[in-house]
Design a protein around this ligand. Structure first.
Ligand code: NCD
Length: 303
């Protein structure tokens, strides 16, 4: 399917060819791009939840390609605060902009917005459900680092229950020949429906013990515990110190292992790792720019 005018709601809507195309265009944009490609186009940036990387990298990507951005980062400044429903807000913005990127705490909110918008809606994270554009960034980062998207092993460490970046990446990896290790306290393990979406031979282990599997990994994808998703904060407090990655991991892992993290980190990933060759997370955050430029170029039909 062509990209022009498409919504970006879940990774399931993207074929292997689509994913490879995004990676290919992102790679080319690291070398060269037309700074006037999106002249006259407007992206509405609607963030109903905190964001640093997703919002600012989308806005930067749009501006680097010559486009403009409207929007808000605090929904309390909008008429939603007065009681307007999301669909009315979207219907109005639909007439102001050429595409929407939206983050919202409710799973399914991006679909609800796309139902009423004629312009493309990009899901910048809907609750604990999905974060498809982070997956595009992650795939591009893996490709850059490993040279291909097949033949590696990846461990997911952390909040696999509520972490939407993990949900999207695990689902997208079904297209590739990858061994997966899921490492978390049982209470925040991967939801069954996502586990079932993975071909069983690709699941090499589900464990609470990183040491058991450390030596097998080419990538370790760490996430923070998603504090804001817990109904009971004492549950969060109980789990909050259950893992912390530091230099001792490198002593057990392959020398070439790469550590990824969508960021923000809040203690689960020690700063002592930052200077190591193994730390990929700041590169990953910076890759948000070429990847989101690629996505915008493709959605507007110009890439
Ligand atoms: C993630 C998110 O918002 O889901 N951040 C991001 O977009 N890079 C991860 C998180 O908040 O833990």
């Amino acid at each position: 399917m062509g990209f022009q005018g498409r919504d970006v709601l879940t990774v399931e809507d993207f074929s292997k060819e689509d994913l490879l195309r995004i990676v290919e265009v992102a790679q080319s944009y690291t070398q060269h791009f037309d700074p006037h490609l999106l002249n006259g186009k407007i992206l509405a940036s609607l963030f109903f939840e905190p964001s640093t990387r997703t919002r600012l990298s989308f806005e930067t990507a749009m501006k680097r390609l010559g486009g403009n951005v409207i929007g808000f980062s605090d929904w309390k400044d909008t008429s939603i605060q007065k009681g307007e429903d999301l669909k009315d807000t979207i219907k109005v913005i639909d007439g102001y902009a050429d595409a929407i990127v939206m983050r919202h705490p409710e799973a399914g909110s991006a679909h609800a917005a796309a139902d009423v918008a004629r312009i493309p809606v990009i899901n910048g994270g809907d609750g604990s459900n999905q974060h498809p554009t982070q997956t595009f960034v992650d795939l591009f980062t893996i490709f850059q680092s490993f040279g291909k998207l097949d033949g590696f092993s990846i461990g997911f460490l952390g909040d696999l229950k509520y972490g939407r970046t993990v949900h999207s990446l695990v689902k997208a990896l079904k297209h590739f020949d990858v061994d997966m290790y899921f490492i978390s306290p049982q209470e925040i393990g991967l939801p069954d429906d996502i586990l079932k979406s993975v071909t069983s031979h690709k699941i090499k282990a589900q464990t609470n013990d990183l040491h058991e599997v450390a030596k097998n990994l080419d990538f370790l994808y760490v996430t923070r515990i998603q504090k804001e998703r817990f109904l009971f904060q004492d549950e969060y407090t109980k789990l909050s110190a259950s893992y912390q990655l530091g230099m001792n991991f490198l002593a057990q892992a392959k020398p070439t292992v790469k550590i990824m993290h969508p960021l923000p980190r809040v203690g689960e990933l020690k700063h002592e790792l930052d200077a190591s060759e193994n730390a990929l997370y700041f590169k990953q955050a910076h890759n948000g720019i070429p990847t989101r430029m690629a996505l915008l170029g493709l959605l507007f039909g110009y890439a």
